[in-house]
Ligand binder design. Structure first.
Ligand code: AHR
Length: 496
């Protein structure tokens, strides 16, 4: 069986850039994201580069990670940065109260994080402690990281082995301040934001981009109050949206699910669109010139942890279903790139919808990794408007899911990239793409498709799901592009 879809792309009507930071990541001190995932220490028998896992470093470089958020999440509002500097043996330990009561030895701190960003070539995005930290502590952290002069904190940094200040642009003034970040009401948080952010200073040419702790999915009042009371004092406001069945009880298995669950997941992930639209509408009211960015600094799937693992460590497998969530969500983010300037999938290694999983010496790349890798061609390209006509299907919880998702961009060299996802589990999608008379010379592409919806990579079989060359796209005599998308497949095309 086959479905038909048609797409019209406007190659000359693009006016906005897909900020590469839409492809951002997030690393929290949670489970084995940092310890075991990114960092094993220089004395480990796991091959490492100055303490960072070499295999993970290489995989992240290939992904072109543009920005990395750290140290949380909920952890950030209990983190005291001074515990994580200086000689390792003198660093105090703490209890990670949010995540399983694990003892945190602070061996990964400011230097280890900022040096990691330098190694993989990404921008750091540091979440500051507003929930349980003082203004003074926060102000000194910024001075420590970014001051070049003969200031007390710069001197302390030098004493700890780093002469030159780092460049830190993105800072988050608190995280989920309505919840784990302090259980605040928006009016109170707005005032705290104003106070804390006053002391976030720009040192020696370092220009901070200040992000206020924003709403959880459907909490529009939070955005309204912050826009009204903080306004232009913030450069960005965050938003968190998880594809999750609910917060009580089981969230469902990451690998064991049926077609009904699969389609429900697509519906829930696509619901981010009306959510984004409503937050943007409120922002437009107070900031019609779009000076304040929307930063979706946590998003992704949240399933039950892998059987037998610590419930507080959020270690979950990752299947083709997760790959579709990534593909559909990224296609959507592109559409709002005049307002959305950064997003960070949660989280980079071993936590929630990870791009990488590790187990001792072993590492695997998840289907979500492959989507990010295939889609990296969209980073900093011009978003192209398009019209799409395709079948829509009703799914559980009264949501409607279009069977095809498409996005297109034009890069600096003039190449057009089109990302498509056929979410239909059984039917091929015959897609006709009209590029408005553009002379097409060549098309090639890659496809990500598993043998079934539950397909995933394991440590014993790490190459089950990987991109392959795609031969199903042809340029017709009439100049149209014809694409035969197999059922449950994700394709990225390059058109010249
Ligand atoms: O990503 C896991 C957690 O989800 C983060 O720590 C928190 O900000 C959110 O609730």
């Amino acid at each position: 069986a086959q479905r038909d879809a048609s797409v019209r792309i406007y190659p000359d009507k693009g006016t906005t850039t897909i900020n590469k930071n839409l492809y951002g990541h997030f690393a929290e001190h949670l489970g084995s994201c940092i310890y075991g995932g990114l960092w094993v220490g220089p004395d480990s028998d796991i091959p490492n580069t100055q303490g960072y896992r070499t295999d993970v470093l290489e995989a992240l470089k290939k992904l072109q990670v543009p920005v990395l958020r750290w140290p949380g999440g909920c952890f950030a509002d209990e983190y005291h940065w001074m515990d994580g500097i200086g000689p390792k043996e003198q660093r105090p330990k703490m209890v990670n109260n949010n995540w399983g009561g694990t003892i945190e030895d602070n061996s990964f701190g400011t230097h280890e994080f900022l040096n990691l960003c330098e190694l993989i070539g990404c921008e750091p995005y540091v979440s500051l402690n507003v929930g349980s930290g003082s203004v003074e502590e926060m102000a000194k952290w910024i001075e420590y990281m970014t001051s070049e002069g003969d200031s007390p904190m710069a001197r302390l940094r030098r004493q700890n082995g780093r002469d030159k200040a780092w460049k830190v642009k993105y800072i988050g003034v608190g995280n989920e301040s309505w919840g784990c970040g302090g259980s605040m009401r928006p009016e109170y948080y707005s005032d705290l934001y104003r106070r804390y952010s006053t002391y976030c200073r720009n040192y020696d040419g370092n220009q901070l981009f200040k992000v206020a702790s924003g709403a959880s999915d459907y909490d529009y009042n939070w955005t309204e109050v912050l826009m009204k009371n903080i306004g232009g004092r913030m450069d960005g406001i965050s938003l968190h949206y998880y594809t999750v069945t609910g917060w009580d009880g089981s969230k469902g298995s990451a690998t064991d699910f049926d077609p009904d669950d699969f389609y429900w997941t697509m519906g829930k992930c696509l619901e981010i669109e009306p959510v984004i639209q409503k937050h943007i509408q409120i922002m437009d009211k107070y900031d019609p010139k779009k000076n304040i960015a929307l930063m979706v600094d946590e998003w992704g799937t949240w399933w039950d942890v892998e059987p037998g693992t610590n419930a507080g460590h959020l270690y979950q497998q990752n299947t083709m279903r997760d790959a579709f969530v990534a593909a559909l969500t990224l296609n959507l983010f592109h559409k709002y790139c005049d307002r959305i300037q950064m997003t960070n999938i949660a989280q980079i290694v071993n936590v929630l919808q990870s791009v990488i999983l590790t187990n001792g010496k072993k590492m695997l790349l998840t289907p979500t990794y492959h989507v990010f890798e295939m889609y990296k061609v969209h980073q900093d390209a011009t978003w192209l408007p398009l019209d799409l006509i395709c079948d829509q299907v009703k799914v559980r919880d009264d949501r409607t899911v279009p069977m095809l998702s498409v996005s297109a961009s034009k890069d600096k060299a003039g190449k057009i990239h089109i990302s498509l996802a056929n979410v239909d589990l059984e039917q091929t999608e015959d897609v006709q793409i009209d590029l408005q008379g553009l002379q097409l010379k060549e098309v090639n592409g890659r496809i990500l498709a598993g043998s079934n919806i539950n397909a995933h990579n394991t440590f014993d079989q790490p190459h089950q799901v990987e991109p392959k060359e795609f031969k199903g796209a042809k340029i017709d005599k009439d100049g149209l592009l014809h694409v035969q998308m197999p059922a449950q497949s994700i394709v990225v095309l390059e058109v010249k």
